[in-house]
Ligand binder design. Structure first.
Ligand SMILES: O=P(O)(O)OC[C@H]1O[C@](O)(CO)[C@@H](O)[C@@H]1O
Length: 318
């Protein structure tokens, strides 16, 4: 089998989407808004992670549950990046997630509807397939489709445990909560998601660090908390760090967290130390924020830009 058939990293998206990105100077709610050309492209958290991994030179398997009517379009999008699509097909079409990028205020409004319903049998088929691939690392990312219980990620993790796969988890709400007990190797909530999980506000850096340590005490070896333009907290084996990215022009926040997760997956696959991990993940997120979303193919960042922003990120030991 070719090495590409067995990439060491798999991404799993249970509710992929076509992202419809519309750029306009400002959004006038309740009025007719005219905009330039819109862009529609395959996305969803794990899919975005696979694309960013490709930029970093890491082949990956993009898997998950995908509407049968979208398999061809996702395959055609992913293959040129060297990504191996391997979705379990479910009836219907995936959701269309709307991203309204206001160029004036530099803010993004996301509308993420629910996708087609998935069955327990489709999740089991996916778990079997992933266990056969036995990737070194699996990135489980995004929300759950209707039809699956909050324990869906935990169920997949149990199936991957026998294969010795390390799981990186980026989810939120009850699905995140339920997956914690299944022992992910890394979690990457943002500040709001972590506050929701712990049921208390996390108003400052001290509160975030305490919350990160709390998850470490629950047995999660790596806890990364993203905090927008402020940077991110990295509670990693041997070091607790805060990474601050250099100031970049904000084009879109869509996919910045996914880019950070890609950097984390690549860092673990490469055995990077804590500081190099924080640098790479922060550089990936900053490059995603400043990329030209209007460029053909959704403006995928260049590796050189990621390297520049990684090198310019400030790392503090806490
Ligand atoms: O699965 P969720 O949480 O609805 O997130 C999906 C959305 O998140 C993104 O992956 C950005 O993080 C978008 O591409 C996608 O529309």
């Amino acid at each position: 089998m070719s090495p590409e058939a067995h990439p060491r990293i798999a991404t799993v998206t249970l509710s992929p989407a076509l992202d419809l990105t519309v750029r306009l100077p400002s959004l006038r709610v309740g009025e007719v808004n005219r905009a330039g050309p819109a862009e529609l492209r395959p996305a969803g958290k794990g899919v975005n992670v696979s694309v960013m991994l490709a930029v970093l030179g890491e082949a990956s398997l993009a898997s998950g549950l995908l509407g049968e009517g979208d398999l061809a379009a996702f395959g055609a999008f992913l293959r040129p990046f060297g990504i191996t699509p391997d979705f379990v097909s479910i009836p219907g079409r995936c959701r269309i997630n709307v991203k309204l990028v206001e160029t004036g205020a530099g803010q993004v409004t996301d509308i993420n509807p629910s996708g087609p319903e998935a069955s327990a049998a489709s999740l089991e088929a996916l778990g079997d397939r992933l266990a056969q691939h036995a990737p070194k690392i699996a990135v489980l990312a995004g929300s759950l489709p209707p039809g699956l219980p909050p324990g869906a990620w935990a169920e997949l993790m149990a199936m991957l445990a026998a294969a010795g796969t390390q799981v990186l988890l980026d989810s939120s709400g009850p699905a995140f909560d339920a997956a914690l007990a299944a022992g992910p190797a890394l979690v990457k909530p943002n500040r709001a998601e972590l506050a929701a999980l712990l049921g208390r506000p996390l108003p400052d850096r001290d509160a975030l660090v305490a919350a990160g340590q709390e998850l470490r005490d629950r047995g999660i070896a790596r806890v990364v908390v993203s905090d927008g333009g402020e940077g991110a907290l990295f509670v990693l084996p041997g070091a607790t760090l805060w990474a601050t990215p250099p100031k970049v022009a904000l084009t879109t926040t869509v996919g910045a967290g996914d880019a950070m997760v890609a950097g984390l997956a690549a860092a673990i696959a490469r055995g990077l130390d804590a500081e190099a991990t924080a640098r790479l993940a922060t550089g990936c997120a900053a490059a995603a924020v400043s990329r030209d979303v209007g460029a053909p193919g959704g403006g995928v960042p260049l590796l050189a830009e990621i390297e520049r922003l990684s090198a310019q990120s400030r790392i503090e030991r806490l």
